[in-house]
Design a protein around this ligand. Structure first.
Ligand code: BGC
Length: 758
């Protein structure tokens, strides 16, 4: 039953593709335009500089404005407001020879001015409707501010929490990551890119950026093809299948060739195998960086990038300044230049910019559509869905809305750190801190006392490094002893302690790799002192990555992981702490016990010497002397204030055939005292394969809301397609034989049954 990969690429749904007639009209229009363009003007289209945030007054006098007039710029990014963008667009369409409009991009990653939780947090909602909605609102707000192109979604699979950019993606799983990639593309692009409130999406970073060695940003990647196809490629392909209009190359190399010059990747895979017809843009200065990779000078690497299938050069100026000479020398062809230029013009055409270059420049929309109370309300609701309750002994949570609550910690009263990485359009002064949120929520019902307790980190040099981008940790000059003493005094006066600890926003994100992913030692000292008061302590954990919190898990009765929850963070956290919302988030990335276990992920291979189930150590088995193989918290894990029982796992038959439908059902009961939602997860294991197969793979999930006491039969449908994988010859196949199916509350807590694929 071998089904070639080609087959699936033919089945792709390309929602953003034009109808044949529109394609024809577009071709005629662009043929005509390109017929009038000089070589220099074509190269100008391939150039994407950063605006350096031109102010309106400088619009016509800046160096960039001069280039725009000369037709040397195809688009700009890092510029916002309808007014500024209108002014710059005016230069392009009134003062350049051919009046070609510019495309305006920005990193609209998790919301615009209304910031949603960081992507890693969003993925823990496992709610595709909400994720799509967040992207829809982001597109609405960004487009009201002049922007028509976002550098999102970031879909890099990562299993290494040392990497700070894990915060920007959807975690470790290809299936969940693919669903999210599609939801994001749909949210941004809607059903019609020409509308003034939809924007072009850009799936990034193509490819494999999340697999950099040692979690050190921008580092080398080396990966076998079977892993690449089965585990790392799916989310990029899913975004392409959903119609993503553009793709961004990654900084890393693949098989010794940086992605930006990797013809196999950009042409053979992306375009030929997956049928992608949109535009490929580089990451920031990625062309120039290939000189440091050791591939030649700017002229040589620019030629390599173009020939590989890159269309647009972000910031490196390589295409603009060197391709003419390379053409004269026969190093690149006119056809390659024309092809790249055409793809950029097509993107502009699809956005409707030739019809109306000011389509996204309606100053009135900005006044009424950005940071609206409605959008903030949605952001608050979504944020609460992303929190993961990691521990809750003795029902410490929810808090009672009475008595005295001590709110302590370096992240308790800090607005700037609520939105996390990549929130360039957010106005931090308008974010809701936890202190504000909690005080608003309890009103006069309870008293909230506050003390900072300690700084985020104890080393001032490190503090400076994590406060570079305007998200200060608000360094407190008092001694650690003095701050802890104040906090302990506040705790003693209170009934319960809420400790707002973890990472500050800039401890994750780009260029924020860590070799130690504990909560900083000074914060741990604070926790020890708070626990010593004998008061119940709840950790509200801020983080952009899985952390090694073994000590905290062993010693603190309750832990609520809130990531960086966006503009409405404080209100949403208060909603969950006080039980107005029952937490339902589930981890999309494994929390390791210690850093030595990394990479640790649920869908690993079995090896030839697996450790027997339930064992810590066996000689000559695949394990460690000093730590068990178990994660601290597994993929898919997350508690609720209520409890859910699973029973009666049933299959519709014992075997599945290519054309049959197969159902798997389970009886789910909310057996606790609160209404709540549960993410029911379905995993498969292919017991015998022509290549080794993972011990478990997520293949389905459903988020089910049940009132307390309610029972529901939850049903999944499986087809032969769900059993396919890329084999030794990189063909997408399913292989007859025995399978196991697992359904449950997390990757390590499931009911199981067996079936056969005939
Ligand atoms: C990042 C990209 C981002 C680009 C433009 C780069 O440094 O890697 O994710 O889209 O900058 O801001």
């Amino acid at each position: 039953m071998i089904l070639l990969a080609l087959f699936t690429s033919l089945l792709m749904s390309c929602s953003q593709k034009n109808a044949p007639n529109e394609d024809h009209q577009m071709k005629v229009f662009i043929d005509d335009l390109m017929g009038k363009m000089t070589l220099e003007e074509k190269l100008g289209q391939l150039n994407l500089p950063s605006s350096g945030d031109i102010t309106t007054g400088e619009t016509s006098s800046s160096d960039i404005a001069q280039k725009i007039k000369e037709g040397q710029v195809g688009g700009l990014f890092n510029i916002k407001t309808a007014e500024k963008i209108r002014a710059v667009q005016k230069v392009a369409v009134e003062q350049s020879r051919l009046k070609i409009p510019l495309i305006f991009g920005m990193d609209v990653i998790h919301g615009y001015q209304t910031a949603f939780p960081i992507p890693l947090g969003m993925s823990c909602s496992w709610d595709m409707g909400l994720i799509e909605k967040s992207a829809r609102i982001a597109a609405q707000e960004a487009s009201a501010d002049g922007i028509c192109w976002t550098f999102s979604p970031m879909v890099d699979i990562s299993r290494d929490p040392r990497w700070g950019r894990m915060s920007e993606g959807s975690g470790e799983d290809p299936y969940l990551g693919s669903q999210i990639a599609q939801a994001m593309v749909k949210g941004y692009q809607g059903d019609d890119l020409r509308k003034n409130n939809t924007i072009l999406s850009c799936v990034k970073h193509f490819a494999l950026y999340g697999a950099i060695e040692a979690g050190r940003d921008y580092n080398t990647v080396d990966m076998g093809r079977i892993r690449m196809y089965n585990e790392y490629f799916p989310p990029y392909k899913a975004a392409v299948d959903a119609g993503a209009g553009s793709v961004m190359t990654s900084f890393n190399e693949i098989d010794g060739i940086p992605a930006t010059a990797n013809r196999w990747l950009l042409t053979d895979i992306l375009r030929k195998a997956w049928g992608f017809s949109g535009l490929v843009v580089t990451d920031y200065t990625a062309i120039l960086e290939m000189t440091d990779h050791g591939l030649g000078n700017l002229k040589e690497v620019s030629a390599l990038a173009l020939a590989a299938g890159t269309d647009m050069d972000m910031v490196a100026d390589g295409f603009l300044t060197t391709l003419k000479e390379s053409l004269d020398e026969g190093k690149v062809t006119q056809q390659e230049i024309d092809q790249a230029c055409r793809r950029i013009l097509e993107a502009k055409y699809k956005l409707g910019l030739f019809e109306d270059p000011y389509r996204y420049c309606d100053e009135n929309r900005a006044k009424t559509e950005i940071f609206t109370p409605e959008n903030r309300q949605v952001a608050r609701g979504i944020a609460a869905q992303t929190f993961v309750l990691l521990k809750n002994d003795n029902q410490t949570l929810p808090l009672q809305e009475k008595g005295t609550i001590a709110l302590i910690g370096p992240l308790a009263d800090n607005k700037e750190n609520m939105t996390g990485t990549w929130s360039v359009a957010a106005d931090f002064s308008k974010s809701v801190s936890l202190l504000e949120g909690l005080r608003n929520a309890v009103g006069t019902q309870a008293q909230v006392l506050y003390a900072k307790g300690t700084n985020v980190v104890s080393n001032p040099k490190l503090d400076a490094r994590i406060s570079i981008f305007g998200k200060p940790t608000q360094w407190d000059k008092r001694s650690q002893q003095e701050m802890i003493a104040e906090a302990v005094a506040v705790a003693r006066k209170s009934d319960v302690v809420v400790a707002a600890v973890g990472e500050s926003a800039e401890m994750s994100g780009e260029s924020s790799s860590r070799s130690d992913i504990n909560i900083p030692e000074n914060q741990k000292e604070l926790l020890e002192a708070l626990l010593a008061t004998g008061k119940p302590v709840v950790i509200v954990l801020f983080t952009g990555r899985p952390l090694t919190i073994s000590w905290e898990k062993a010693n603190v009765p309750a832990i609520l992981n809130v990531w960086f929850a966006g503009t409405e963070a404080g209100n949403a956290i208060a909603d969950v702490l006080l039980g107005k919302v029952n937490p339902s988030g589930k981890l999309s990335a494994t929390f390791p016990q210690n850093i030595g276990q990394i990479p640790l992920y649920y869908n690993h291979k079995n090896t030839g010497r697996p450790l027997a189930e339930g064992k810590w150590f066996q000689k000559f088995r695949s394990n460690y002397l000093d730590v068990s193989n178990d994660p601290l918290f597994p993929f898919g894990f997350g508690l609720s204030y209520t409890t859910f029982d699973y029973k009666n796992l049933k299959l519709s038959g014992l075997s599945l055939t290519a054309d049959s439908k197969f159902t798997v059902s389970v009886e789910l009961t909310n057996s606790g005292n609160y209404d709540g939602a549960e993410v029911v997860q379905l995993y498969l294991r292919d017991l015998v394969g022509s290549v080794t197969r993972p011990v478990k793979e997520l293949k389905g999930f459903q988020k089910i809301f049940l009132k307390k006491g309610e029972t529901r039969i939850v049903e999944f449908t499986l087809t032969e397609k769900d059993l396919r994988f890329y084999n030794e010859n990189l063909q997408l196949v399913s292989e007859p034989g025995d399978f196991k199916v697992f359904v449950g509350t997390s990757s390590d807590n499931t009911l199981e049954a067996g079936f056969v694929l005939k």
